[in-house]
Design a protein around this ligand. Structure first.
Ligand SMILES: *Cc1c(COP(=O)(O)O)cnc(C)c1O
Length: 381
C-alpha cells in the first residue's frame, strides 16, 4: 500500500527510548508512566491524568468508579466504536443508544433528553472524527438531570471546544493510543479529569486496588488491598514511546489539518459525494480523517470505489462499520433493528474514510483527489 489509511510515526526517538527502557531493570512501576502523565496533563491542561492500558480499560474503570450496575442506564452514541458501549455492559448496566446528526456524525443533542429516564446515571459521547461535540449543550442537559458526563476522546487528542481541551468539559475524558490514533504507544490509554477523588481511585484500581504504589512501600512486598481492582496499568515501554510521541504532537496535528483541508478543497465540488464536516472554524478539530458520503448513483458502489482506490495504493477505512446497537451482540440483547438509527446507518453504509495522517505528502493528497475523481467518473459512465 502506497498510502495506508493509518501509519504510526515511529522514529529514532521512540526506538532509543524503548531501548533505554529495555537496557534498564524497570519494565513496570517505573518513572516513565508518571512522566508521560505529567506531560499529557500539561499538554491538555488537565488537572489530573492517569495512564491506563487502553481507552477501553479507562472507560471501564470510570463506570466501575461510578458503581453503576444492573438497573442503571447510560446514554451512548450509536455512531461510535464498540468500546464506548462495552464499558457500560461490563458493569451490567444498560447502554441506551442515541442517533447522530448526518452533517458531522456527532450525537444528536436534541434527541438525548427523550432517552433519559430515572435510571439514567451518565451521558457518554464521542467527539466524532475529532470534531468537538457542543459541550455547553451537553453540560446543561447533564446539569438538569444530575448526570455524570463521560467523554470518549479516543479520536480527540488535539480537540478543543471553547479553547478547552476535549475531556475537560464533562467529568472525565478517556483517550486511546492504539496505532491508528493521533499518537500511539502500541496499546495504551489516558484518563483525564478535574476530580481528585476519581483520579486517586483510578490510580489504585488500575493496579489491583493495592493501597500504595511500589515506590511508597516502606517494607518491600508489604501492602494491603482496600478495594477491587484490575490489571489495567500502562508499562514503561509504552510510556517511553508516548513521551516521544507527545513531543511530536504539534507537528502531527498541523499536518493532519493541512491534509484534511487539501482533500476537502479537492473533493468539495463533486456532486455525487458529500463530506462529513470534521473541521471547525470556532473550535478546534483534531482531524482524524476525512469521511465522504456517497450519494444516490454511487450509493451501491462503495466496494468498487474502495477497490479502485486500493488498486492504486490508497488505503481507506469506515468509521464506524455498523452503528453499535446494530452489532449482533446488542441487536440480540436489546432488540434493535435496521432503521432505528437512520443517520448512524447512513454513515456506516455509505461513507469512506480517507487518510489525512502525517504520513501523507502534498502529492499524496492530490493523488487521492485525482483517483477519487476518476473512480466517480468511471462509475458514473
Ligand atoms: C479506538 C477507539 C476506542 C478503543 O480504544 P482502545 O485504546 O483500543 O481501547 C474507543 N472509542 C473510540 C471512539 C475509538 O475510536
Amino acid at each position: 500500500m502506497k498510502i495506508p489509511f493509518g501509519k504510526p510515526m515511529i522514529g529514532q526517538e521512540e526506538l532509543q527510548a524503548v531501548q533505554a527502557v529495555l537496557e534498564g531493570d524497570i519494565l513496570v512501576h517505573g518513572p516513565r508512566v508518571g512522566e508521560f502523565e505529567a506531560l499529557f496533563a500539561s499538554t491538555t491542561g488537565a488537572p489530573q491524568a492517569i495512564a491506563v492500558s487502553s481507552c477501553t480499560a479507562g472507560l471501564h474503570l470510570v463506570y466501575f468508579y461510578l458503581g453503576i450496575g444492573p438497573g442503571d442506564e447510560v446514554i451512548v452514541p450509536a455512531q461510535t466504536h464498540t468500546a464506548t458501549a462495552h464499558a457500560v455492559e461490563f458493569c451490567g448496566a444498560k447502554p441506551v443508544f442515541v442517533d447522530c446528526i448526518l452533517e458531522t456524525g456527532n450525537i444528536a443533542i436534541d434527541k438525548i433528553e427523550e432517552h433519559i429516564s430515572e435510571r439514567t446515571r451518565a451521558i457518554s459521547l464521542v467527539h466524532f472524527l475529532g470534531l468537538p461535540v457542543d459541550m455547553e449543550a451537553i453540560s446543561s442537559i447533564a446539569q438538569r438531570h444530575s448526570l455524570f458526563i463521560v467523554e470518549d476522546c479516543a479520536l480527540a487528542v488535539g480537540t478543543y471546544f471553547n479553547n478547552k481541551h476535549a475531556g475537560l468539559h464533562g467529568d472525565v475524558g478517556c483517550f486511546s493510543f492504539y496505532p491508528v490514533k493521533h499518537i500511539t504507544t502500541a496499546e495504551g490509554g489516558m484518563v483525564i479529569t478535574k476530580h481528585q477523588d476519581l483520579a486517586n481511585r483510578l490510580a489504585k484500581q488500575r493496579a489491583f486496588g493495592v493501597d500504595r504504589p511500589v515506590e511508597q512501600r516502606t517494607i518491600p512486598g508489604v501492602y494491603d488491598v482496600l478495594m477491587l481492582g484490575f490489571n489495567y496499568r500502562m508499562n514503561e515501554l509504552e510510556a517511553a514511546i508516548g513521551i516521544e510521541q507527545l513531543k511530536k504532537l504539534p507537528k502531527i496535528l498541523a499536518l493532519r489539518e493541512q491534509n484534511y483541508k487539501a482533500l476537502h478543497s479537492g473533493l468539495k465540488n463533486i456532486d455525487e459525494i458529500s463530506i462529513l464536516e470534521s473541521s471547525s472554524q470556532e473550535h478546534k478539530s483534531s482531524h482524524y480523517c476525512l469521511s465522504i458520503i456517497l450519494k444516490k448513483p454511487l450509493a451501491e458502489k462503495r466496494v468498487q470505489i474502495v477497490n479502485f482506490l486500493r488498486e492504486r495504493g490508497i488505503g481507506t477505512s469506515v468509521y464506524y462499520p455498523r452503528p453499535v446497537p446494530l452489532m449482533t451482540y446488542y441487536r440480540n440483547k436489546y432488540g434493535y433493528r435496521d432503521g432505528d438509527f437512520p443517520n448512524a446507518e447512513t454513515i456506516s453504509n455509505l461513507s469512506i474514510a480517507l487518510p489525512v495522517g502525517p504520513h501523507l505528502s502534498e502529492e499524496d493528497t492530490s493523488y487521492i483527489t485525482e483517483c477519487l475523481k476518476s473512480a466517480v467518473h468511471m462509475i458514473r459512465s
